[in-house]
Structures are given as structure tokens and as C-alpha cells.
Design a protein around this ligand. Structure first.
Ligand code: SAH
Length: 513
């Protein structure tokens, strides 16, 4: 139970996990969302800050490579001060707050001022990085114990104060934090105290992140290898026979897109799904929203159609956005899915059909070819002469469907249900990555993603920044737009889905090795 006190200030000491933002705890994420002030560390992934309240005060309290941006005492003071002002404060620390994180000292300061607090543990780097390197820290065949040790002791001490005698032979696996600078002394001390020179060692830098680096060696040669390759902090050092298991158990940094940076250009609210698919294959994904979905300039057309919904025989949806826009408006007008009545529904592809399912509607027709032409072809098998078809569309939709269906004798209403607008600018991290040539592949999942990005960057800069980068397009229409804009298309799947595009990108990179 938190201590009672006269103010409402409260501090959450939150373990942010080792890097992968998915490795924070559920409780940790909740508390980030409650905080009015967030003090975050160099090692806490900044992506976690998107869980913060819009109005939260974000304070960087980082330390970079030992050069303390703020002294620990200043951090303690700041924590205390904000809490005494009555604020709910989150102290977000890399890994676990109580493992070499000076969380203990911060807590002591809180106790001294009778400030109530809660500790939310995190996945510590030693455990997270080892897992993502495919190294089990214990294993029945190799070792029954593991020790976490600092490779960088406090101010007036140094690593020589460690009881090397007991450590060298007393623990099966040894995990050093902050040990890269002292690697020559650490490895020498272990060998001097009886650990075999051929003991396997792994260095894991930025473990669990898309830029994780692993260097393997032995006690005898790892320090030399690290020097030669310029291996830098932050990294953990794992010493012990279990390191050999990586060869068999490696799973993260050998994924097909590991080390590749892929730019996803999509509507902000849709980027997630494609990004997850790419990330599951190991890619580092940068999201660049190029479309902002907005309501139509006027709802008159859509409202008229909804008012006479009973007249229609078919409803046609060519995107999840159209489904969302249509049903949102339906509900806004006081109706629900039942308003569709016996009207049949066509969805351009499985994803759009899934969106319909969310509204309790099952698609009666999904064409074999997931695009406008496919919809027209699918209706060609039926007699739609004289039928009324409602096609709630985006403002940039092509005319293929209305034209094709009218040719087959149907009456087609095409109210605009939503608009595709360009956002105001390209996010700075994306621009920087493009300028520094750190992007390997740019993806376009609709013509508008390509033309909007060209508009956003300006045509010259678009070609300059994207020149030489692999271009992946979801299908022939989008590819044509890319070519019209001056890009060559390297990747195009046979089926127009995000899953197919993802595996085509994987094929492209795996066949190139
Ligand atoms: N409280 C943190 C440790 C802070 S000490 C935790 O529980 O993880 C800082 C050291 O942690 C770094 O010098 C490095 O040795 C290690 N570290 C933190 N994040 C790391 C990561 N993603 N990969 C490898 N080592 C990391």
C-alpha cells in the first residue's frame, strides 16, 4: 500500500523493457497513459511515448554512454519536485528499474519525501537480448545458474572489486551489463581465475531492436574481435557454454527482412496491418502516412442513397475505408446494418469483406481478381440489367466500376463517402532516413500513396530521394502511377493483397543473397 500524504503526487517507476516496444508490460503501458509527467531514459524506446496522454510533459533524462545529461541527483530532485507539485509522474527506465538502473536510489529519494510510488518491473536487457539472440541463459545440459554482473562499477570502484574467484567458477552463465569498455579486463580476469579460454562469449548490442548486432567469440578472442569490428555499447556480454545454442536457436536476427528498412506509405489509420506483416519478417518499418481519410465535402449524395436504401439490389465496396464511412454514416443517421435489408453486397477482396463482417454483414460476392476490373467481371456472369447498384466510393475512385456495370445495363449511384486527402508533411524521421539513404525499399499500396508522396516531397525531391531504392507496388494500377511519376517498379505480386506483397518482398530479398 502506498504511504498516505498531503498531496496527490504519485510516481510510477516503470521498466520499459529492453528495446522492442512490444516487451513492455500491460501495467507499464497503462501507467504511461495515466502520467502527467514522463521522465524517460536513453535506453527506453521513445516509441513507447505514443501511449502517453496528449498533454503529458515529456522530459528526456537520458544518459548517453556514461556522459550523464543529467546527474542522478538531478533526476531524483526532478522526480521529487514534480510529485510534490501533485503530479502523476512516470519514470520510464530501460529494462527493469531495479536491475543496474539506479531505480533503488530513485525510490529512496521518494521514500525520504514520503511520496507514494509503484514499481512496475520490466524485461531486463540481459534476459531480453539473450532471448532475441537465441541464447537460453540456463539449460539442463549446460548450466544450472546465471549471474548478472556489472562490467562498470561505481565511481570510485572498478571491476577489480568483483569477486572474480567465485564468479569465474561459481556461476555457469555470466551476463555482464555495461561491460564493453572493460571487455579486455573482464575476459582476462575470468581466465586468470580459472575459466577456460575457449569458453564461448556473445556480445549483443541493441538487443531486441531491429538493429540488434551479435558478435560471437571466446574468452580468449572476443576482446580483440570487438576492438577490430569497433563493437560499441550499449551491449550485454554473455559468457558460458549456452552461447553455442544460438547456432540452433537463432530466430530473430535471421528473419528474411532483418536489417532491411522498409517505408510503408499508407493512410495513417491503416498502416498498422502491413507494418506488422513486414515486422514479422524482421524488417524495420518506417511509416509515412500519405493519405488522410476525411469525410466528403457534402453528405447529400450519400444521405440520399441511404434514404432510399430499399431501392437498391446491390451494394459495392472497394475498400475498408468505404465500409467504415458508409456504416458510420448509417449509424449517424440512426440506422444500423439491418437498414441494408435484402440488398446483396459485393466486396472487392477478403480484407474489405472482413471489415463488412465487423458490421455483421457477410459479402455475397468477392471477385477472383481483387480490383475494380475484377468486380466488373464478376458481375458479367449475372444478369444485372435494370438493377440498382449503390457504390459508395472515395473521391479519387476510378470510373471502372460504374462504367462497367452501366454497360451491363445496371443503374449505378456513386455518392462520395469519403475523401483521400494528402497530409501536410512527411514525418521528420522518414525524411531523415531517406536523405541519409537508410531506406532499402519503399512500398505503395494504392496509386494515391505514390502520387501523394510525390506531391508532399515535390517531384524533383521525390525522384532524388527515391532513386536507387527498391520500389514495391501492390498491383498494376499502382505500378502504372509509379512509372508515370518516373519510378521503376521492382516488386509486384500476382495477387493484390498486403500478404502477397509481403511475401513478394521477402522473395525479392532472399533470392538476392
Ligand atoms: N535497467 C537496465 C540496465 C541499465 S544499465 C536493464 O534492466 O536492462 C545499461 C546497460 O544495460 C547497458 O550498458 C547495456 O549493457 C545494457 N542494455 C540495455 N539495453 C540493452 C539492449 N537493448 N541491448 C543490449 N544491452 C542493453
Amino acid at each position: 500500500m502506498p504511504t498516505t500524504s498531503h498531496h496527490n503526487g504519485f510516481v510510477y517507476l516503470i521498466g520499459a523493457g529492453p528495446g522492442d516496444p512490444g516487451l513492455i508490460t500491460v501495467r507499464g503501458r497503462e501507467c504511461i497513459g495515466q502520467a502527467e509527467v514522463i521522465l524517460y531514459d536513453y535506453l527506453a524506446n521513445e516509441e513507447l511515448l505514443r501511449h502517453a496522454r496528449q498533454d503529458a510533459e515529456l522530459i528526456y533524462a537520458g544518459k548517453v554512454g556514461g556522459a550523464h545529461n543529467r546527474e542522478q541527483s538531478q533526476i531524483n530532485e526532478l522526480l521529487v519536485q514534480k510529485a510534490l507539485e501533485g503530479k502523476v509522474v512516470a519514470r520510464l527506465k530501460g529494462g527493469d528499474p531495479f536491475v543496474f538502473g539506479r531505480g533503488g536510489e530513485e525510490c529512496e529519494a521518494l521514500v525520504a519525501h514520503r511520496i507514494p510510488f509503484e514499481i512496475i518491473p520490466g524485461v531486463t536487457a540481459g534476459i531480453g537480448a539473450a532471448s532475441y539472440a537465441g541464447i537460453p541463459l540456463t539449460h539442463r545440459d549446460f548450466t544450472t545458474s546465471v549471474a548478472f554482473v556489472t562490467g562498470h562499477e561505481g565511481r570510485d570502484k572498478d571491476v577489480s572489486t568483483i569477486d572474480w574467484e567465485r564468479l569465474s567458477l561459481g556461476s555457469g552463465t555470466i551476463v555482464f551489463y555495461m561491460g564493453i569498455k572493460n571487455l579486455p579486463q573482464i575476459t582476462a580476469s575470468l581466465m586468470d581465475h580459472g575459466r577456460a579460454p575457449e569458453t564461448p562469449v556473445a556480445l549483443i548490442r541493441w538487443g531486441t531492436r531491429p538493429d540488434q548486432e551479435v558478435l560471437i567469440g571466446t574468452l580468449a578472442d572476443i576482446a580483440g574481435k570487438a576492438r577490430k569490428t569497433g563493437f560499441k555499447a550499449p551491449a550485454i556480454t554473455v559468457v558460458g557454454e549456452v552461447v553455442t545454442l544460438r547456432e540452433k536457436l537463432r530466430w530473430f536476427d535471421n528473419r528474411p527482412l532483418f536489417g532491411r528498412t522498409v517505408l510503408v506509405t499508407r493512410a495513417a489509420d491503416q498502416a498498422g496491418e502491413f507494418s506488422r506483416l513486414l515486422e514479422a519478417r524482421g524488417a524495420r518499418v518506417l511509416e509515412c502516412p500519405t493519405i488522410r481519410i476525411a469525410p466528403p465535402e457534402s453528405f447529400t449524395g450519400l444521405d440520399d442513397a441511404i434514404a432510399r436504401l430499399a431501392d437498391f439490389h446491390w451494394l459495392v465496396f472497394t475498400s475498408g475505408n468505404a465500409v467504415t464511412a458508409f456504416f458510420d454514416r448509417l449509424q449517424g443517421l440512426g440506422f444500423d446494418s439491418r437498414a441494408i435489408g435484402p440488398c446483396k453486397v459485393c466486396a472487392v477482396g477478403p480484407k474489405t469483406a472482413e471489415q463488412l463482417q465487423a458490421h455483421g454483414v457477410r459479402a455475397d460476392l468477392i471477385p477472383e481478381d481483387y480490383k475494380g476490373e475484377g468486380v466488373v467481371a464478376a458481375f458479367a456472369d449475372r444478369d444485372i440489367r435494370g438493377l440498382q447498384i449503390l457504390f459508395p466510393k472515395g473521391d479519387r475512385a476510378r470510373d471502372v466500376i460504374p462504367a462497367g456495370l452501366r454497360q451491363q445495363g445496371a443503374k449505378v449511384a456513386t455518392p462520395v463517402a469519403y475523401r483521400n486527402l494528402a497530409p501536410d508533411s512527411v514525418p521528420l524521421p522518414v525524411l531523415t532516413a531517406l536523405e541519409e539513404r537508410r531506406v532499402d525499399c519503399v512500398t505503395f499500396t494504392a496509386s494515391s500513396t505514390a502520387s501523394n508522396l510525390a506531391d508532399l516531397l515535390g517531384e524533383n525531391r521525390f525522384l532524388k530521394l527515391l532513386g536507387g531504392i527498391t520500389v514495391a507496388s501492390i498491383g498494376p494500377i499502382t505500378s502504372r502511377t509509379c512509372r508515370e511519376l518516373g519510378l521503376e517498379v521492382d516488386i509486384e505480386p500476382g495477387e493484390y493483397t498486403l500478404a502477397a506483397l509481403t511475401s513478394e518482398i521477402v522473395d525479392y530479398y532472399t533470392s538476392r543473397i
